[in-house]
Design a protein around this ligand. Structure first.
Ligand code: FES
Length: 93
């Protein structure tokens, strides 16, 4: 029942998915992330990072302090060169 708790909304990762990943041999936070994609969604872990840290700690030897090295990445979107070149122009001319 508690295993249906959503850990990562962006990638729709449940606690059950995290536990399964650990049971299947994922021993590092990176391995868990790569297998489940938790923390790799559009918010890049801003929403789920704390939940992910708390979910992992009881099932692994990884402490919450050790999970603090999850890297934040800024959410970025592709921009076309045309939009980029227009961004510096004064539109009144
Ligand atoms: S909620 Fe996990 S990456 Fe956004």
């Amino acid at each position: 029942m508690i295993k249906t708790v959503i850990i990562c909304r962006c990638e729709e990762v449940l606690l059950r998915d995290i536990i399964t990943s650990i049971e299947n041999g994922a021993e590092t936070l990176k391995a868990i992330k790569m297998e489940t994609r938790a923390g790799m969604g559009i918010c890049q872990g801003r929403t789920c990072r704390v939940l992910l840290e708390q979910a992992i700690a009881p099932y692994t030897d990884i402490t919450i302090q050790e999970t603090n090295n999850i890297m934040y990445k800024n959410p970025v979107r592709p921009i076309s060169l045309a939009n980029l070149s227009r961004s510096g122009k004064d539109s009144s001319q």
